[in-house]
Design a protein around this ligand. Structure first.
Ligand SMILES: *[C@@H]1O[C@H](CO)[C@@H](O)[C@H](O)[C@H]1NC(C)=O
Ligand SMILES: *[C@@H]1O[C@H](CO)[C@@H](O)[C@H](O)[C@H]1NC(C)=O
Ligand SMILES: *[C@@H]1O[C@H](CO)[C@@H](O)[C@H](O)[C@H]1NC(C)=O
Ligand SMILES: *[C@@H]1O[C@H](CO)[C@@H](O)[C@H](O)[C@H]1NC(C)=O
Ligand SMILES: *[C@@H]1O[C@H](CO)[C@@H](O)[C@H](O)[C@H]1NC(C)=O
Length: 396
C-alpha cells in the first residue's frame, strides 16, 4: 500500500524550521569534475522523424507528431549502439565523515537541463539540492546526459535515445559502485584531493522528470544498481501524457543563437522563451522571477530522438522485480507537464506498485506550491527535506 501525504499538513510543514544547528555544524562540499568514458551496448531505433533544421521544421515536427491520428512506427528498424560515450560528471563529497558518507546519490536531470538543475546557484542555500544533500552528509554524483551540457552531442535522431541513456546511467553506476569512477576518468579539475574513489555501500538513484523515466527502466533491468530511489517530477496520474509537445514551443537551436549553440546541429531544438518555461515548469505563487531568468540562462537543447524513444517505453508492462529498496514518487502539487496543472488527489498508486512490486516502501509526495521544476520553486527546501528525510527514515 502506498501513502500520499495529506496536503492539509503542508501549511504546518511550511512554517517549521528546515533544519536545526548552526551552519558551521554542516559538512561543506568538495568536488571534482570528470570526463567519464562510459562503454554502452544498447538497442535504439530509427523512428524516421521529420527533420528539424529550422524554426519552421521544428514546428512542422511538432504538429506532425501531435496530430490526433499520428502513430509511432510500430516496428521501427533497430539501431544497435556499441560504443563509448564521453560524459561530463561531477562528484562531490562532504568534508566530514558521517553516517551517510558511503551512501552515494546519483542524480539524472530531465529534458532542457544539464546537471546544474541539481545545483541552482541563485540563493543556493534555498535552491541547491546538491548543497542540501551534502549538508545531510551524502556524496552526490551529477552528470550531463548525452546531447547537452559538457557531454558529447551525438546524432540526435538515432543515438540520443532513452535506451542508450539507460545504459549510460547503468555504466556510470557500475563504475561508481566498483570505486572506479575517478580512476577511469579524465580528471578535469585539480580541485580537492580529498575527493577520492571510494566503494559506496549503497546507491540512491535521484531523478527529475525524463531523468526519472531513465531511472525506472534502469532499475527494471539492473535491480542491484539502486538501493533506493527518489523519482521527482514523475507522478503517474490519469492526465499523464495529455500535455504533449503541442504545449511546448521548440525552436531550432541555430535559429535561436547560432553562436551559443554552435556545438549542436540539425535534430537539436530548445524551448523558445521564458513564456513556455513558466508554463511547463513553474507555478504562481511559488517562484521568484529571478529563478525564471536563471532557468533561461542555464537552459539546454533537447535531442528529438528522446521523444519517440521515451514515448515508446511501455512503463505499465515493466516490473522491477529485483529492486527491493524504498522509492519516493513526487511532483509539484501544481505540475502542469505531469498532471495538467493539479496533481492533488490524482496519484495512481497501482501504477507505481506494478512498476516496483518488491519495493520495501513506496510513498507519493507532493511539494506544495510547486510546478514541474520543483527545484526552482520557493518550496524547494520543503521538498528537499521531504526527500532526504524519506531516505533517512528508510535506512538510507
Ligand atoms: C512508507 O513510508 C512512509 C514514511 O516514509 C510511511 O508513512 C508509510 O506508512 C510507509 N508505507 C507502508 C505501506 O508501510
Ligand atoms: C506525419 O509524418 C508522417 C511521416 O512523414 C506522414 O506519414 C504523415 O502523413 C504526417 N502527418 C501529417 C498529418 O502530416
Ligand atoms: C514536414 O513534415 C512532414 C511530415 O508531416 C514531412 O513529410 C516533411 O518533409 C516536413 N517538411 C519539412 C520541410 O521538413
Ligand atoms: C526562431 O524562433 C525563436 C523563438 O520565437 C525566435 O527568437 C527566433 O528569432 C526565430 N529565428 C528565426 C530565424 O526565425
Ligand atoms: C492506474 O494504473 C493502472 C496500471 O497501469 C491502470 O491500469 C489504471 O487504469 C490507472 N488508473 C487510472 C485512474 O488512470
Amino acid at each position: 500500500m502506498s501513502n500520499l501525504l495529506n496536503l492539509v499538513s503542508f501549511g504546518a510543514l511550511a512554517l517549521a524550521p528546515i533544519a536545526a544547528g548552526a551552519p558551521s555544524d554542516y559538512p561543506t562540499k568538495q568536488c571534482v569534475q570528470l570526463e567519464v568514458t562510459v562503454p554502452v551496448v544498447a538497442t535504439n531505433h530509427h523512428f524516421g522523424q521529420p527533420p528539424i533544421d529550422s524554426n519552421i521544421t521544428a514546428i512542422n515536427w511538432t504538429v506532425n507528431t501531435t496530430t490526433w491520428n499520428y502513430k509511432l512506427p510500430s516496428n521501427p528498424p533497430i539501431v544497435p549502439i556499441d560504443r563509448t560515450f564521453k560524459v561530463h560528471a561531477q562528484l562531490c563529497v562532504p568534508s566530514t565523515k558521517n553516517a551517510k558518507s558511503n551512501i552515494l546519490q546519483i542524480a539524472t536531470q530531465g529534458r532542457g537541463f544539464d546537471k546544474r538543475y541539481f545545483d541552482i546557484r541563485v540563493q543556493p542555500e534555498t535552491y541547491s539540492y546538491l548543497d542540501a544533500a551534502i549538508k545531510r552528509g551524502y556524496p552526490v554524483l551529477t552528470y550531463d546526459r548525452i546531447g547537452l551540457g559538457e557531454s558529447e552531442k551525438p546524432d540526435p535522431y538515432d543515438v540520443v535515445q532513452l535506451p542508450a541513456e539507460v545504459e549510460i546511467l547503468a555504466g556510470l553506476t557500475k563504475l561508481a559502485k566498483a570505486g572506479k569512477l575517478i580512476s577511469s576518468s579524465k580528471v578535469l579539475s585539480n580541485s580537492s584531493p580529498a575527493v577520492k574513489d571510494f566503494v559506496p555501500s549503497k546507491i540512491v538513484q535521484v531523478g527529475h522528470s525524463y531523468g526519472s523515466f531513465i531511472i525506472a527502466p534502469m532499475i527494471v533491468k539492473y535491480g542491484s544498481l539502486a538501493d533506493g530511489a527518489l523519482l521527482t517530477g514523475f507522478f503517474p496520474n490519469p492526465r499523464l501524457g495529455t500535455v504533449d509537445v503541442s504545449h511546448y514551443d521548440h525552436a531550432y537551436v541555430h535559429d535561436i543563437d547560432p553562436v551559443r549553440w554552435a556545438a549542436y546541429g540539425p535534430g537539436y531544438f530548445i524551448l523558445a522563451n521564458t513564456l513556455v518555461l513558466q508554463k511547463l515548469f513553474l507555478h504562481k505563487p511559488g517562484f521568484e522571477p529571478a529563478l525564471l531568468t536563471y532557468m533561461s540562462e542555464i537552459l539546454q537543447p533537447e535531442a528529438v530522438g528522446e521523444y519517440p524513444s521515451g514515448d515508446s517505453l511501455p512503463l505499465p508492462d515493466l516490473h522491477a522485480t529485483e529492486f527491493t529498496g524504498p522509492v519516493q514518487i513526487s511532483a509539484g502539487a501544481f505540475d502542469f507537464a505531469n498532471c495538467k496543472g493539479d496533481c492533488r488527489g490524482q496519484y495512481n498508486a497501482t501504477f507505481v506498485e506494478n512498476l516496483f512490486p518488491k519495493a520495501s516502501n513506496i510513498t507519493g509526495y507532493l511539494q506544495p506550491d510547486a510546478g514541474h521544476a520543483m527545484h526552482f520553486s520557493t518550496t524547494a527546501p520543503i521538498g528537499y527535506k521531504a526527500q532526504l528525510d524519506y531516505l533517512n527514515d528508510h535506512g538510507l
